[in-house]
Design a protein around this ligand. Sequence first.
Ligand code: C2E
Ligand code: MG
Ligand code: MG
Ligand code: MG
Length: 283
Amino acid sequence: KAKSEGRSTYHFFEPGMDAELQQRRSIEAGLRLAIERDELRLMFQPLLALEENRVTCVEALLRWDHDDRTISPVEFIPVAEETGLIVPIGEWVLQEACRTAASWPGDVRVAVNLSPVQFRNKDLVGQVKAALSEAGLAPTRLELEITESLILSDSESTIAALHELRGMGVRISMDDFGTGYSSLSYLRSFPFDKIKIDRSFMRDIATRSDSQAIIKAVIGLGQSLGMTTTVEGIETEEQLAMVREHGVSEIQGFLFSPPLKPKALANMLHSEAVKGQAKRRAS
Ligand code: C2E
Ligand code: MG
Ligand code: MG
Ligand code: MG
């Protein structure tokens, strides 16, 4: 019976292939076609710089519209990394993010997440340069977010690529700080511009005084190393008040804004810019 329903059905019940593997196979098959089928898109989450009280940076976050649902990057990025598909996908993200940011006010930067796998590709720096020049975006308007796992692979070519990018004027941020195993030593291996404290520290801030102590310490550490600090996952006024008191430079979270569609984000930035001009005229 299984055979008459066709090969794929037959394969589906192959013994030893568990549900998780099936799921991965199906994500992989779909992902291979995602770019040409135009199923990838970016959402944009604005970050609020507290001192200036305005948006100076916006993070590009990838979405995949597939089979009537939107698949989260948490689900498909790991598969994209294992299969190497993250290289063409990541290149598309860079191009699309730079293109979009080119239409924003000139004092707003775009932040793009990079996978460690993209650094194994020899031409990452070339990809970044091409994306910037095709979009006509100044390198100083691009931030690249990398995670601790990148520095874990600590190869000389990775560090060299980071230095070359930084030499062009691109900023480098350490993302999800505090989730790895030896975060502090990473800060010595490369001079980051920004530390983004992982949102897991925000989650239990109200109930755990140790989370609060850690956030306070990391903000102080960033300040003394000349790095700006961002706290992710700010969802309540209490959390905002607390990190403000500790002197954090920038916040990201649903309280200020969730990730937005490109149009809504552009509208927000332009109305902010108009407000800013009015304020300057009035003063
Ligand atoms: P991330 O880089 O740490 O991005 C922040 C994530 O936190 C985003 O999830 C964002 O929607 C979410 N977030 C922001 N504010 C809040 C909040 O107040 N509360 C809560 N609960 N969540 C908040 P998202 O978009 O699902 O992305 C998840 C992760 O996927 C990202 O974490 C990043 O590691 C990865 N990712 C997303 N886009 C890309 C990409 O283009 N390339 C690569 N390599 N990774 C990406
Ligand atoms: Mg990020
Ligand atoms: Mg992050
Ligand atoms: Mg995170």
